[in-house]
Design a protein around this ligand. Structure first.
Ligand code: NAP
Length: 496
Protein backbone atom coordinates (compact mmCIF):
# COMPACT_ATOMS: atom_id res chain seq x y z
CA UNK A 1 0.00 0.00 0.00
CA UNK A 2 1.21 3.52 -0.75
CA UNK A 3 2.39 5.43 2.30
CA UNK A 4 0.47 8.65 3.02
CA UNK A 5 3.41 10.83 2.03
CA UNK A 6 3.74 9.03 -1.26
CA UNK A 7 0.04 9.36 -2.01
CA UNK A 8 0.34 13.09 -1.24
CA UNK A 9 3.05 13.30 -3.88
CA UNK A 10 0.89 11.46 -6.39
CA UNK A 11 -1.93 13.91 -5.72
CA UNK A 12 0.33 16.90 -6.27
CA UNK A 13 1.16 15.39 -9.64
CA UNK A 14 -2.42 14.83 -10.72
CA UNK A 15 -4.12 17.84 -9.13
CA UNK A 16 -2.19 20.51 -10.96
CA UNK A 17 -4.42 23.43 -11.85
CA UNK A 18 -5.11 23.86 -15.53
CA UNK A 19 -6.06 27.49 -16.19
CA UNK A 20 -9.26 28.09 -18.13
CA UNK A 21 -9.44 30.48 -21.07
CA UNK A 22 -10.50 34.07 -20.27
CA UNK A 23 -14.28 34.34 -20.03
CA UNK A 24 -17.16 36.70 -19.34
CA UNK A 25 -19.43 35.47 -16.57
CA UNK A 26 -22.69 37.25 -15.78
CA UNK A 27 -24.23 36.32 -12.44
CA UNK A 28 -27.92 37.18 -12.55
CA UNK A 29 -28.84 37.43 -8.87
CA UNK A 30 -25.26 38.54 -8.14
CA UNK A 31 -26.39 40.05 -4.82
CA UNK A 32 -28.35 37.02 -3.61
CA UNK A 33 -27.63 34.50 -0.90
CA UNK A 34 -26.20 31.84 -3.21
CA UNK A 35 -23.89 34.33 -4.90
CA UNK A 36 -22.61 35.58 -1.54
CA UNK A 37 -22.15 32.21 0.09
CA UNK A 38 -21.00 30.01 -2.76
CA UNK A 39 -20.46 31.51 -6.20
CA UNK A 40 -18.34 34.58 -5.38
CA UNK A 41 -16.09 32.94 -2.74
CA UNK A 42 -15.74 29.96 -5.08
CA UNK A 43 -14.59 32.16 -7.95
CA UNK A 44 -12.09 33.84 -5.65
CA UNK A 45 -10.64 30.48 -4.66
CA UNK A 46 -10.23 29.50 -8.32
CA UNK A 47 -8.52 32.86 -8.89
CA UNK A 48 -6.18 32.23 -5.97
CA UNK A 49 -5.41 28.79 -7.34
CA UNK A 50 -4.39 30.38 -10.65
CA UNK A 51 -7.21 28.78 -12.63
CA UNK A 52 -8.91 32.07 -13.47
CA UNK A 53 -6.69 34.67 -15.10
CA UNK A 54 -6.69 38.45 -15.03
CA UNK A 55 -8.42 38.77 -18.41
CA UNK A 56 -11.63 37.41 -16.94
CA UNK A 57 -14.65 39.63 -16.46
CA UNK A 58 -17.30 38.84 -13.84
CA UNK A 59 -20.48 40.90 -13.89
CA UNK A 60 -23.02 40.89 -11.08
CA UNK A 61 -26.57 41.75 -12.14
CA UNK A 62 -29.64 42.47 -10.03
CA UNK A 63 -32.29 45.19 -9.64
CA UNK A 64 -30.60 46.79 -6.66
CA UNK A 65 -29.00 50.00 -7.96
CA UNK A 66 -25.29 50.11 -7.20
CA UNK A 67 -22.19 50.88 -9.21
CA UNK A 68 -19.25 48.57 -9.84
CA UNK A 69 -17.18 50.01 -6.96
CA UNK A 70 -20.03 49.35 -4.55
CA UNK A 71 -20.40 45.84 -5.91
CA UNK A 72 -16.69 45.20 -5.40
CA UNK A 73 -17.13 46.15 -1.74
CA UNK A 74 -20.16 43.86 -1.57
CA UNK A 75 -18.04 40.99 -2.94
CA UNK A 76 -15.19 41.80 -0.54
CA UNK A 77 -17.58 41.46 2.40
CA UNK A 78 -19.06 38.22 1.03
CA UNK A 79 -15.59 36.71 0.71
CA UNK A 80 -14.59 37.89 4.18
CA UNK A 81 -17.71 36.27 5.59
CA UNK A 82 -17.92 33.05 3.60
CA UNK A 83 -14.49 32.12 2.30
CA UNK A 84 -13.12 29.75 4.91
CA UNK A 85 -10.18 28.55 2.84
CA UNK A 86 -7.02 29.53 4.63
CA UNK A 87 -5.03 28.51 1.55
CA UNK A 88 -6.20 31.65 -0.28
CA UNK A 89 -3.78 34.55 -0.43
CA UNK A 90 -5.89 37.53 0.68
CA UNK A 91 -3.28 39.78 -0.91
CA UNK A 92 -4.85 38.75 -4.22
CA UNK A 93 -8.29 39.97 -3.25
CA UNK A 94 -7.93 43.48 -4.70
CA UNK A 95 -6.75 42.07 -8.02
CA UNK A 96 -9.69 39.69 -8.02
CA UNK A 97 -12.13 42.50 -7.25
CA UNK A 98 -10.69 44.33 -10.24
CA UNK A 99 -12.34 41.67 -12.44
CA UNK A 100 -15.78 42.59 -11.12
CA UNK A 101 -18.42 44.92 -12.51
CA UNK A 102 -22.08 45.41 -11.78
CA UNK A 103 -25.14 46.21 -13.83
CA UNK A 104 -28.55 47.19 -12.53
CA UNK A 105 -30.96 45.07 -14.47
CA UNK A 106 -34.50 43.73 -14.27
CA UNK A 107 -35.14 40.24 -15.62
CA UNK A 108 -38.74 41.20 -16.28
CA UNK A 109 -38.19 44.62 -17.84
CA UNK A 110 -35.85 46.26 -20.31
CA UNK A 111 -33.77 48.13 -17.72
CA UNK A 112 -30.08 47.43 -17.96
CA UNK A 113 -29.98 44.96 -20.84
CA UNK A 114 -28.35 47.25 -23.39
CA UNK A 115 -25.76 48.26 -20.79
CA UNK A 116 -25.01 44.61 -20.16
CA UNK A 117 -24.69 43.88 -23.88
CA UNK A 118 -22.12 46.69 -24.10
CA UNK A 119 -20.07 45.21 -21.25
CA UNK A 120 -19.52 41.82 -22.89
CA UNK A 121 -16.39 41.07 -24.85
CA UNK A 122 -16.88 39.80 -28.37
CA UNK A 123 -14.25 37.05 -28.55
CA UNK A 124 -14.70 35.33 -25.19
CA UNK A 125 -16.62 32.42 -23.80
CA UNK A 126 -19.82 33.79 -22.30
CA UNK A 127 -21.55 32.17 -19.37
CA UNK A 128 -24.78 33.43 -17.81
CA UNK A 129 -25.47 32.12 -14.32
CA UNK A 130 -29.20 32.18 -13.47
CA UNK A 131 -28.86 32.55 -9.69
CA UNK A 132 -32.36 33.96 -9.30
CA UNK A 133 -35.70 32.47 -8.33
CA UNK A 134 -36.91 29.79 -10.79
CA UNK A 135 -39.80 32.03 -11.87
CA UNK A 136 -37.24 34.20 -13.71
CA UNK A 137 -35.33 31.51 -15.65
CA UNK A 138 -37.58 31.82 -18.71
CA UNK A 139 -37.49 35.64 -18.63
CA UNK A 140 -33.70 35.66 -18.56
CA UNK A 141 -33.39 33.22 -21.46
CA UNK A 142 -35.87 35.23 -23.53
CA UNK A 143 -34.20 38.56 -22.86
CA UNK A 144 -30.71 37.27 -23.51
CA UNK A 145 -31.97 36.20 -26.89
CA UNK A 146 -33.90 39.41 -27.53
CA UNK A 147 -30.85 41.54 -26.75
CA UNK A 148 -28.68 39.40 -28.97
CA UNK A 149 -26.32 38.21 -26.24
CA UNK A 150 -26.93 34.48 -26.69
CA UNK A 151 -24.37 33.31 -29.20
CA UNK A 152 -24.00 29.71 -30.27
CA UNK A 153 -21.08 29.23 -27.85
CA UNK A 154 -22.77 30.95 -24.87
CA UNK A 155 -23.72 28.88 -21.86
CA UNK A 156 -26.47 29.28 -19.31
CA UNK A 157 -26.24 27.84 -15.81
CA UNK A 158 -29.62 27.08 -14.30
CA UNK A 159 -30.04 26.67 -10.56
CA UNK A 160 -32.38 24.30 -8.81
CA UNK A 161 -35.28 23.79 -8.43
CA UNK A 162 -35.79 22.85 -12.05
CA UNK A 163 -39.59 22.83 -12.01
CA UNK A 164 -41.82 21.57 -9.22
CA UNK A 165 -43.36 18.71 -11.20
CA UNK A 166 -43.15 17.13 -14.63
CA UNK A 167 -45.42 19.67 -16.25
CA UNK A 168 -43.50 22.73 -15.04
CA UNK A 169 -40.11 21.10 -15.80
CA UNK A 170 -41.30 20.40 -19.35
CA UNK A 171 -42.51 23.97 -19.74
CA UNK A 172 -39.15 25.27 -18.51
CA UNK A 173 -37.20 22.96 -20.79
CA UNK A 174 -39.35 24.18 -23.66
CA UNK A 175 -38.77 27.88 -23.03
CA UNK A 176 -35.01 27.40 -22.60
CA UNK A 177 -34.90 25.28 -25.76
CA UNK A 178 -36.46 28.13 -27.74
CA UNK A 179 -33.26 30.13 -27.29
CA UNK A 180 -30.53 27.66 -26.31
CA UNK A 181 -29.42 24.30 -27.55
CA UNK A 182 -29.24 21.48 -24.96
CA UNK A 183 -25.43 21.60 -25.25
CA UNK A 184 -25.56 25.17 -23.90
CA UNK A 185 -27.74 24.45 -20.85
CA UNK A 186 -26.00 23.54 -17.56
CA UNK A 187 -28.58 22.45 -14.96
CA UNK A 188 -26.78 22.47 -11.64
CA UNK A 189 -27.05 19.79 -9.00
CA UNK A 190 -24.17 20.66 -6.72
CA UNK A 191 -24.06 17.10 -5.36
CA UNK A 192 -22.59 16.05 -8.69
CA UNK A 193 -19.68 18.44 -8.15
CA UNK A 194 -18.60 16.77 -4.93
CA UNK A 195 -15.23 15.09 -4.97
CA UNK A 196 -16.56 11.79 -3.65
CA UNK A 197 -19.35 11.59 -6.17
CA UNK A 198 -16.84 11.69 -8.97
CA UNK A 199 -14.68 9.28 -7.06
CA UNK A 200 -17.60 6.92 -7.03
CA UNK A 201 -17.29 6.69 -10.79
CA UNK A 202 -13.49 6.36 -10.54
CA UNK A 203 -13.78 3.55 -7.99
CA UNK A 204 -16.43 1.70 -9.98
CA UNK A 205 -15.03 2.09 -13.45
CA UNK A 206 -11.31 2.58 -12.81
CA UNK A 207 -10.82 -0.64 -10.83
CA UNK A 208 -11.46 -4.24 -11.71
CA UNK A 209 -12.14 -5.07 -8.09
CA UNK A 210 -15.70 -3.88 -7.58
CA UNK A 211 -17.52 -4.03 -10.89
CA UNK A 212 -17.84 -7.85 -11.06
CA UNK A 213 -19.56 -7.74 -7.65
CA UNK A 214 -21.73 -4.74 -8.45
CA UNK A 215 -25.05 -6.50 -9.01
CA UNK A 216 -27.91 -8.27 -7.26
CA UNK A 217 -25.99 -11.52 -7.05
CA UNK A 218 -23.52 -10.01 -4.56
CA UNK A 219 -25.13 -6.82 -3.29
CA UNK A 220 -27.81 -7.32 -0.65
CA UNK A 221 -29.02 -3.72 -0.68
CA UNK A 222 -27.87 -0.13 -0.99
CA UNK A 223 -28.58 2.72 1.43
CA UNK A 224 -28.37 6.37 0.52
CA UNK A 225 -28.63 8.84 3.39
CA UNK A 226 -28.52 12.61 3.21
CA UNK A 227 -29.09 13.88 6.75
CA UNK A 228 -29.10 17.49 7.86
CA UNK A 229 -28.98 18.63 11.46
CA UNK A 230 -30.42 22.06 10.73
CA UNK A 231 -34.08 22.91 10.26
CA UNK A 232 -35.54 25.16 7.57
CA UNK A 233 -34.26 28.32 9.25
CA UNK A 234 -35.19 31.36 7.19
CA UNK A 235 -36.00 29.31 4.08
CA UNK A 236 -39.43 28.29 5.43
CA UNK A 237 -41.34 30.27 2.77
CA UNK A 238 -39.65 28.40 -0.07
CA UNK A 239 -39.44 25.05 1.68
CA UNK A 240 -43.09 24.84 2.67
CA UNK A 241 -44.06 24.83 -1.02
CA UNK A 242 -41.46 22.20 -1.76
CA UNK A 243 -40.73 19.59 0.94
CA UNK A 244 -38.04 16.92 1.14
CA UNK A 245 -39.33 14.96 -1.85
CA UNK A 246 -38.98 17.88 -4.26
CA UNK A 247 -36.07 19.58 -2.55
CA UNK A 248 -33.81 16.54 -2.06
CA UNK A 249 -35.11 13.22 -3.40
CA UNK A 250 -36.06 14.24 -6.94
CA UNK A 251 -32.64 15.73 -7.58
CA UNK A 252 -29.75 15.01 -5.17
CA UNK A 253 -30.69 11.50 -4.01
CA UNK A 254 -31.85 10.54 -7.48
CA UNK A 255 -28.51 11.59 -8.95
CA UNK A 256 -26.62 9.55 -6.37
CA UNK A 257 -28.85 6.57 -7.07
CA UNK A 258 -28.13 6.90 -10.80
CA UNK A 259 -24.37 7.01 -10.35
CA UNK A 260 -24.34 3.99 -8.07
CA UNK A 261 -26.69 1.93 -10.23
CA UNK A 262 -25.84 2.87 -13.81
CA UNK A 263 -24.17 0.60 -16.34
CA UNK A 264 -20.59 1.48 -17.28
CA UNK A 265 -20.77 4.12 -20.01
CA UNK A 266 -18.66 3.38 -23.10
CA UNK A 267 -16.61 6.49 -22.32
CA UNK A 268 -16.48 9.31 -19.81
CA UNK A 269 -18.34 11.65 -22.06
CA UNK A 270 -21.30 13.84 -21.05
CA UNK A 271 -23.95 12.16 -23.15
CA UNK A 272 -22.63 8.63 -22.62
CA UNK A 273 -22.80 9.14 -18.83
CA UNK A 274 -26.18 10.85 -18.92
CA UNK A 275 -27.67 8.21 -21.23
CA UNK A 276 -26.82 5.57 -18.62
CA UNK A 277 -28.21 7.65 -15.76
CA UNK A 278 -31.44 8.16 -17.67
CA UNK A 279 -31.83 4.40 -18.18
CA UNK A 280 -31.68 3.92 -14.40
CA UNK A 281 -34.43 6.45 -13.73
CA UNK A 282 -36.61 4.90 -16.42
CA UNK A 283 -36.10 1.44 -14.91
CA UNK A 284 -37.33 2.54 -11.46
CA UNK A 285 -40.59 0.89 -10.39
CA UNK A 286 -43.35 3.10 -9.03
CA UNK A 287 -43.11 3.34 -5.23
CA UNK A 288 -45.98 1.78 -3.29
CA UNK A 289 -47.34 3.77 -0.36
CA UNK A 290 -46.20 1.11 2.12
CA UNK A 291 -42.64 1.55 0.84
CA UNK A 292 -42.38 5.21 1.79
CA UNK A 293 -42.44 7.10 5.07
CA UNK A 294 -42.65 10.83 5.40
CA UNK A 295 -42.08 12.84 8.52
CA UNK A 296 -41.99 16.35 9.90
CA UNK A 297 -39.75 17.47 12.74
CA UNK A 298 -41.22 18.47 16.05
CA UNK A 299 -39.95 21.07 18.45
CA UNK A 300 -38.33 20.67 21.83
CA UNK A 301 -37.19 22.95 24.64
CA UNK A 302 -34.43 24.46 22.51
CA UNK A 303 -35.71 24.08 18.93
CA UNK A 304 -38.91 25.30 17.29
CA UNK A 305 -41.01 22.76 15.42
CA UNK A 306 -41.26 22.92 11.64
CA UNK A 307 -44.80 24.25 11.92
CA UNK A 308 -43.56 27.05 14.16
CA UNK A 309 -41.07 28.07 11.50
CA UNK A 310 -43.46 28.36 8.59
CA UNK A 311 -46.47 30.57 8.00
CA UNK A 312 -48.96 27.71 7.79
CA UNK A 313 -49.04 26.27 11.30
CA UNK A 314 -51.05 23.29 10.01
CA UNK A 315 -48.54 22.58 7.23
CA UNK A 316 -48.34 18.97 6.02
CA UNK A 317 -45.06 19.49 4.13
CA UNK A 318 -42.59 16.70 4.80
CA UNK A 319 -39.12 17.43 6.17
CA UNK A 320 -38.16 13.74 6.08
CA UNK A 321 -38.55 10.95 3.53
CA UNK A 322 -37.44 7.32 3.68
CA UNK A 323 -38.32 4.97 0.84
CA UNK A 324 -37.50 1.67 -0.77
CA UNK A 325 -36.88 1.77 -4.50
CA UNK A 326 -36.53 -1.06 -6.99
CA UNK A 327 -34.75 -0.95 -10.29
CA UNK A 328 -36.20 -3.40 -12.76
CA UNK A 329 -33.26 -4.41 -14.87
CA UNK A 330 -30.93 -7.40 -15.09
CA UNK A 331 -28.30 -5.94 -12.83
CA UNK A 332 -30.48 -4.87 -9.92
CA UNK A 333 -33.63 -6.95 -9.94
CA UNK A 334 -34.09 -8.11 -6.33
CA UNK A 335 -31.70 -5.60 -4.73
CA UNK A 336 -33.59 -2.83 -2.91
CA UNK A 337 -32.28 0.72 -2.71
CA UNK A 338 -33.22 2.48 0.52
CA UNK A 339 -33.17 6.28 0.35
CA UNK A 340 -33.49 8.57 3.33
CA UNK A 341 -33.18 12.30 3.82
CA UNK A 342 -34.36 14.74 6.43
CA UNK A 343 -33.84 17.94 8.31
CA UNK A 344 -33.14 18.38 12.03
CA UNK A 345 -31.73 14.87 12.30
CA UNK A 346 -29.06 13.65 14.70
CA UNK A 347 -26.19 15.04 12.70
CA UNK A 348 -25.19 16.29 9.27
CA UNK A 349 -24.00 13.33 7.28
CA UNK A 350 -24.35 12.06 3.73
CA UNK A 351 -23.27 8.64 2.63
CA UNK A 352 -23.95 5.80 0.27
CA UNK A 353 -23.50 2.30 1.70
CA UNK A 354 -23.26 -0.71 -0.58
CA UNK A 355 -24.05 -3.68 1.66
CA UNK A 356 -22.77 -6.93 0.19
CA UNK A 357 -24.36 -10.29 0.92
CA UNK A 358 -23.09 -12.51 3.70
CA UNK A 359 -20.51 -15.13 2.80
CA UNK A 360 -22.53 -18.24 1.78
CA UNK A 361 -20.90 -20.47 4.38
CA UNK A 362 -18.64 -19.89 7.37
CA UNK A 363 -15.71 -22.23 7.79
CA UNK A 364 -15.11 -20.83 11.28
CA UNK A 365 -17.09 -22.89 13.75
CA UNK A 366 -17.13 -20.40 16.63
CA UNK A 367 -18.27 -17.63 14.36
CA UNK A 368 -22.01 -17.06 14.12
CA UNK A 369 -21.97 -13.37 13.17
CA UNK A 370 -22.96 -11.88 9.84
CA UNK A 371 -20.00 -10.81 7.79
CA UNK A 372 -21.37 -8.55 5.15
CA UNK A 373 -18.75 -6.30 3.64
CA UNK A 374 -19.95 -2.73 3.40
CA UNK A 375 -18.48 -0.22 1.01
CA UNK A 376 -19.28 3.24 2.33
CA UNK A 377 -18.89 6.33 0.23
CA UNK A 378 -18.99 9.39 2.51
CA UNK A 379 -19.98 12.66 0.91
CA UNK A 380 -19.91 14.76 4.05
CA UNK A 381 -18.34 15.33 6.42
CA UNK A 382 -14.82 13.89 5.92
CA UNK A 383 -15.29 12.90 2.28
CA UNK A 384 -13.86 9.47 1.75
CA UNK A 385 -14.39 5.81 1.08
CA UNK A 386 -14.36 2.98 3.59
CA UNK A 387 -14.54 -0.76 3.08
CA UNK A 388 -15.50 -2.95 6.02
CA UNK A 389 -13.62 -6.26 6.00
CA UNK A 390 -13.43 -9.18 8.37
CA UNK A 391 -10.07 -10.12 9.86
CA UNK A 392 -8.78 -12.28 12.66
CA UNK A 393 -8.59 -10.52 15.99
CA UNK A 394 -4.89 -10.26 16.79
CA UNK A 395 -3.65 -12.44 19.65
CA UNK A 396 -3.37 -16.05 20.66
CA UNK A 397 -7.06 -16.57 21.52
CA UNK A 398 -7.99 -18.79 18.60
CA UNK A 399 -9.77 -17.81 15.41
CA UNK A 400 -11.90 -14.93 16.65
CA UNK A 401 -13.11 -12.67 13.85
CA UNK A 402 -13.66 -8.93 13.93
CA UNK A 403 -14.75 -6.34 11.38
CA UNK A 404 -12.39 -3.46 10.68
CA UNK A 405 -12.64 -0.56 8.26
CA UNK A 406 -10.16 0.00 5.46
CA UNK A 407 -10.53 3.76 5.54
CA UNK A 408 -9.50 6.27 2.95
CA UNK A 409 -10.52 9.66 4.26
CA UNK A 410 -9.36 11.84 1.39
CA UNK A 411 -8.11 14.73 3.51
CA UNK A 412 -5.91 12.30 5.46
CA UNK A 413 -4.80 10.11 2.61
CA UNK A 414 -4.22 12.83 0.09
CA UNK A 415 -2.90 15.68 2.20
CA UNK A 416 -4.60 18.39 4.21
CA UNK A 417 -4.21 21.19 1.67
CA UNK A 418 -7.81 22.26 1.11
CA UNK A 419 -6.90 24.11 -2.06
CA UNK A 420 -6.62 20.66 -3.63
CA UNK A 421 -10.31 20.01 -2.93
CA UNK A 422 -12.39 22.58 -4.75
CA UNK A 423 -15.89 23.07 -3.43
CA UNK A 424 -18.63 21.63 -5.67
CA UNK A 425 -19.61 25.05 -7.02
CA UNK A 426 -16.02 25.93 -7.93
CA UNK A 427 -15.56 22.74 -9.87
CA UNK A 428 -18.91 23.05 -11.63
CA UNK A 429 -18.37 26.67 -12.69
CA UNK A 430 -14.97 25.71 -14.11
CA UNK A 431 -16.67 22.87 -16.00
CA UNK A 432 -19.12 25.36 -17.48
CA UNK A 433 -16.25 27.47 -18.76
CA UNK A 434 -14.49 24.37 -20.13
CA UNK A 435 -17.74 23.30 -21.78
CA UNK A 436 -17.94 19.96 -19.99
CA UNK A 437 -21.53 18.91 -19.24
CA UNK A 438 -20.81 15.52 -17.65
CA UNK A 439 -21.70 16.69 -14.14
CA UNK A 440 -24.85 18.55 -15.16
CA UNK A 441 -28.34 17.14 -15.57
CA UNK A 442 -29.80 16.82 -19.03
CA UNK A 443 -33.39 17.93 -19.68
CA UNK A 444 -34.72 14.40 -20.26
CA UNK A 445 -33.11 13.20 -17.00
CA UNK A 446 -34.86 15.91 -15.00
CA UNK A 447 -38.18 15.12 -16.63
CA UNK A 448 -37.80 11.38 -16.00
CA UNK A 449 -37.03 12.09 -12.33
CA UNK A 450 -40.20 14.16 -12.02
CA UNK A 451 -42.22 11.47 -13.79
CA UNK A 452 -41.17 9.06 -11.02
CA UNK A 453 -41.67 11.56 -8.18
CA UNK A 454 -45.01 13.09 -9.21
CA UNK A 455 -47.24 10.04 -8.48
CA UNK A 456 -45.79 9.77 -4.97
CA UNK A 457 -46.59 13.40 -4.21
CA UNK A 458 -50.03 13.05 -5.83
CA UNK A 459 -50.86 10.09 -3.57
CA UNK A 460 -49.85 12.04 -0.49
CA UNK A 461 -52.04 14.90 -1.56
CA UNK A 462 -54.98 12.57 -2.20
CA UNK A 463 -54.64 10.83 1.15
CA UNK A 464 -54.49 14.17 3.02
CA UNK A 465 -52.64 12.30 5.80
CA UNK A 466 -50.21 14.40 7.81
CA UNK A 467 -46.53 13.41 7.92
CA UNK A 468 -45.38 11.53 11.02
CA UNK A 469 -43.80 13.66 13.71
CA UNK A 470 -40.22 12.96 14.75
CA UNK A 471 -38.09 14.37 17.50
CA UNK A 472 -35.40 16.93 16.67
CA UNK A 473 -32.01 15.28 16.84
CA UNK A 474 -33.41 11.79 16.15
CA UNK A 475 -33.01 9.51 13.10
CA UNK A 476 -36.53 10.27 11.85
CA UNK A 477 -39.88 8.60 12.53
CA UNK A 478 -39.91 5.06 13.92
CA UNK A 479 -41.82 3.91 10.84
CA UNK A 480 -38.68 4.61 8.82
CA UNK A 481 -36.82 2.09 10.99
CA UNK A 482 -39.67 -0.38 10.47
CA UNK A 483 -39.41 0.03 6.72
CA UNK A 484 -36.09 -1.80 6.89
CA UNK A 485 -36.82 -4.03 9.89
CA UNK A 486 -39.67 -5.60 7.93
CA UNK A 487 -37.10 -6.65 5.35
CA UNK A 488 -34.73 -8.02 8.00
CA UNK A 489 -32.32 -5.12 7.52
CA UNK A 490 -31.47 -1.98 9.38
CA UNK A 491 -30.36 1.52 8.63
CA UNK A 492 -26.80 2.43 9.32
CA UNK A 493 -26.48 4.74 12.27
CA UNK A 494 -26.38 8.41 11.33
CA UNK A 495 -22.99 9.32 12.80
CA UNK A 496 -21.00 12.53 12.71
P1 NAP B 1 -32.02 35.33 -3.12
O1 NAP B 1 -31.11 35.48 -1.97
O2 NAP B 1 -33.48 35.65 -2.95
O3 NAP B 1 -31.43 36.22 -4.31
C1 NAP B 1 -32.14 36.47 -5.49
C2 NAP B 1 -31.31 37.36 -6.38
O4 NAP B 1 -32.05 37.62 -7.57
C3 NAP B 1 -30.98 38.72 -5.77
O5 NAP B 1 -29.72 39.12 -6.22
C4 NAP B 1 -32.07 39.60 -6.35
O6 NAP B 1 -31.64 40.95 -6.31
C5 NAP B 1 -32.15 39.04 -7.76
N1 NAP B 1 -33.43 39.33 -8.42
C6 NAP B 1 -34.67 39.13 -7.92
N2 NAP B 1 -35.60 39.53 -8.82
C7 NAP B 1 -34.92 39.99 -9.90
C8 NAP B 1 -35.32 40.55 -11.15
N3 NAP B 1 -36.60 40.72 -11.48
N4 NAP B 1 -34.37 40.90 -12.02
C9 NAP B 1 -33.05 40.73 -11.72
N5 NAP B 1 -32.61 40.22 -10.55
C10 NAP B 1 -33.54 39.87 -9.65
O7 NAP B 1 -31.97 33.84 -3.72
P2 NAP B 1 -30.78 32.79 -3.57
O8 NAP B 1 -30.93 32.08 -2.29
O9 NAP B 1 -29.49 33.45 -3.89
O10 NAP B 1 -31.18 31.74 -4.70
C11 NAP B 1 -30.95 31.97 -6.07
C12 NAP B 1 -31.29 30.70 -6.83
O11 NAP B 1 -30.42 29.65 -6.39
C13 NAP B 1 -32.70 30.18 -6.60
O12 NAP B 1 -33.18 29.57 -7.77
C14 NAP B 1 -32.52 29.13 -5.51
O13 NAP B 1 -33.54 28.15 -5.54
C15 NAP B 1 -31.19 28.55 -5.91
N6 NAP B 1 -30.45 27.92 -4.83
C16 NAP B 1 -30.08 28.64 -3.73
C17 NAP B 1 -29.37 28.04 -2.70
C18 NAP B 1 -28.91 28.79 -1.50
O14 NAP B 1 -28.22 28.19 -0.67
N7 NAP B 1 -29.22 30.06 -1.37
C19 NAP B 1 -29.06 26.66 -2.79
C20 NAP B 1 -29.45 25.95 -3.92
C21 NAP B 1 -30.14 26.60 -4.93
P3 NAP B 1 -32.70 42.19 -6.43
O15 NAP B 1 -33.86 41.85 -5.55
O16 NAP B 1 -31.92 43.37 -6.03
O17 NAP B 1 -33.10 42.24 -7.86
Amino acid sequence: MLKKRKIGKVLKMVSRVIPVAPFDLVIFGGTGDLARRKILPGLFRRYCAGQIGNQTHIIGAARNGMDSAEYQEFVRKAIAEFDDDEGCDMGKLDDFLGLMSYVTLDARGDTGWNTLAGMLTSDRIRAFYFSVGPGLFGDLATRLHKHDMARSDSRIVVEKPFGRDLQSARALNKVLAEHFDETQIYRIDHYLGKETVQNLMAVRFGNMLFEPLWNSQYVDHIQITVAESVGVGTRGGYYDKSGAMRDMVQNHLMQLLCLIAMEPPAKFDPDAVRDEKLKVIRALDPVEMDEIVRGQYQGDATHPSYRDQVEDHESTTETFVALRAHISNWRWSGTPFYLRTGKRLRTRASEIAVVFKDAPHSIFEEDDRHHSNILTIRLQPNEGIELGVTIKEPGPGGMRLIDVPLDMTFAEALGPDKADFPDAYERLIMDVIRGNQTLFMRGDEVEAAWAWTDPIIAQWQESEAAPLGYASGSSGPDDALMLMHRDGRRWREIKP
